[in-house]
Design a protein around this ligand. Structure first.
Ligand code: UT7
Length: 333
C-alpha cells in the first residue's frame, strides 16, 4: 500500500476593505512613515471596521473564497481548524460557528492558538490526521482580528498589526512526490512575558482594574521578541534544509511569517535564498498573526508550480516557532 501524504489543493483568503496607512497612524500616535518603513517594512494594514463582526467574519469569508474557487462541496470536509489568537469569544469555538456558516455539515471543528505560529502548527496537526488515514479533507483557516486587541494609543504595537484571514484545503494523496514532507516545531514558555495579553485569561480574569490598566490589549517588548525571532526562525529553517539534504538552490519559495522585514531577510540569508524567492506582502497587510502564511500563498498562488519546494516559517508569542517543508501539488488554474 502506498504512503498517504497531505497536500494543499486549494487556497482562499479575505482582507477587510478599510486601509490604515502609516500617514493615518502619524495622526494617532507619535510615529512617522520613515520609522515604520525602515524598522518593519509595513506601509499599510487592513482593519475590520464593521460593528458586531469578529474573527469568524474573516474566517468565513476566506473559507467561502476557497470553496467558490475550488468548486468544493463543503459537506465533504471532515474537519475545520481555525488557527487564531483572537477568537470571537472564550469557550464557544470560532471554528464551530465558522464550519456551520460555510455548510461544512459533516465536519467537526476546533480552534488552535499558538499566536503567530498557529497556522504552521495547525498544518502539522492536519497533516498528521491525514497521514494516519483518519481523515481525508481538512480545511485549515488562519484568521485574526488583531484590531480587537490592539491599543491604538500604544505606538509600540499599533503600527504592526492588521486584520485578515487565509485558508487552505489539505487533502490526502498517494502521489508521494507532492505534499507536506517535514516540520520542525518548537516552543519555549520562558518567553511568554515578552508578548502576551496580561488580563482576560484564567490567570488574571477581567475586572474594572484590568480594564482601566489597559491589560486587555496585546503587549510586546519588541526588542526581546525581535532577537528571539531572528534566531528562532532562521535556525529552524536552516536545520530543516540540512536534515532534508537541501540547499537554498532546491527551494522555490520561502513563505515567512510577516512580522518584520528584517526578520524575514535574516531567515532568507541563513537559508542562502535570493530575495526573489521570498514571499513578502508585509507592506500591504502588516502582521496579521495566524493569517500571514495563507495570505502569502493566496497572493502568490498564480506563480506556484507543481513540484515547487516551499518552506513555510513562523515565529510567535509563547514563544512558538517552526518551519515546514512541502512540495506544491498543482499548477495555477
Ligand atoms: O509576530 C509575532 C512576533 N513578533 C515579532 O517578531 C516582532 C519583533 N519585534 C520587532 O519587529 C521590533 O522590535 C519592533 C518593530 C516592534 C520595534 O523595532 P525596534 O527596532 O526593536 O525598536 P525599539 O523597540 O528598540 O525602539 C527604538 C526606538 C525607541 O526610542 P529610543 O528609546 O531609542 O529613544 C522607541 O521608543 O524607537 C522608538 N519607537 C518608535 N518611534 C517611532 C518605538 N516605536 C516607535 C514608533 N514610531 N512606532
Amino acid at each position: 500500500m502506498s504512503k498517504i501524504t497531505a497536500a494543499i489543493t486549494a487556497v482562499g483568503a479575505y482582507v477587510p476593505e478599510f486601509v490604515l496607512t502609516n500617514a493615518m497612524l502619524e495622526n494617532m500616535v507619535e510615529t512617522n512613515d520613515e520609522w515604520i518603513t525602515t524598522r518593519t517594512g509595513i506601509k499599510e494594514r487592513r482593519i475590520l471596521k464593521a460593528e458586531g463582526k469578529g474573527t469568524s467574519f474573516l474566517a468565513i469569508k476566506a473559507a467561502q473564497n476557497l470553496i467558490q474557487k475550488a468548486s468544493l462541496d463543503p459537506a465533504t470536509i471532515d474537519l475545520v481548524i481555525v488557527a487564531t489568537a483572537t477568537p470571537d469569544m472564550k469557550a464557544a469555538s470560532t471554528a464551530s460557528y465558522t464550519s456551520t456558516q460555510i455548510g461544512a455539515t459533516n465536519a467537526f471543528s476546533y480552534d488552535m492558538d499558538s499566536a503567530c505560529s498557529s497556522f504552521l502548527f495547525g498544518m502539522s496537526t492536519a497533516a498528521s490526521y491525514i497521514e494516519s488515514g483518519r481523515y481525508k479533507k481538512i480545511l485549515l483557516i488562519g484568521a485574526d482580528k488583531m484590531s480587537s486587541i490592539v491599543n491604538y494609543k500604544d505606538r509600540a504595537t499599533c503600527i504592526i498589526f492588521g486584520d485578515g484571514a487565509g485558508a487552505v484545503l489539505l487533502e490526502a494523496t498517494e502521489d508521494e512526490s507532492i505534499g507536506i514532507k517535514d516540520s520542525i516545531l518548537k516552543s519555549d514558555g520562558s518567553g511568554r512575558h515578552y508578548l502576551h495579553m496580561k488580563a482576560g485569561g484564567s490567570l488574571k480574569p477581567a475586572s474594572v482594574e484590568t480594564v482601566l490598566n489597559k491589560e486587555h490589549f496585546a503587549y510586546q517588548e519588541g526588542q526581546a521578541v525581535f532577537k528571539f525571532a531572528v534566531k528562532g526562525m532562521a535556525d529552524v529553517s536552516a536545520e530543516l534544509l540540512e536534515r532534508n539534504q537541501l540547499t537554498g538552490d532546491d527551494i522555490a519559495w520561502l513563505v515567512p511569517h510577516q512580522a518584520n522585514l528584517r526578520i524575514i531577510d535574516a531567515t532568507a540569508n541563513r537559508m542562502g535564498l535570493d530575495k526573489e524567492k521570498v514571499m513578502i506582502n508585509i507592506q500591504k497587510y502588516g502582521n496579521t498573526t495566524a493569517a500571514t502564511l495563507p495570505l502569502c500563498l493566496w497572493d502568490w498562488e498564480s506563480q506556484l508550480k507543481k513540484g515547487d519546494n516551499i518552506v513555510l516559517a513562523a515565529f510567535g508569542g509563547g514563544f512558538t516557532w517552526g518551519a515546514t517543508l512541502l512540495t506544491w501539488g498543482y499548477d495555477s488554474k
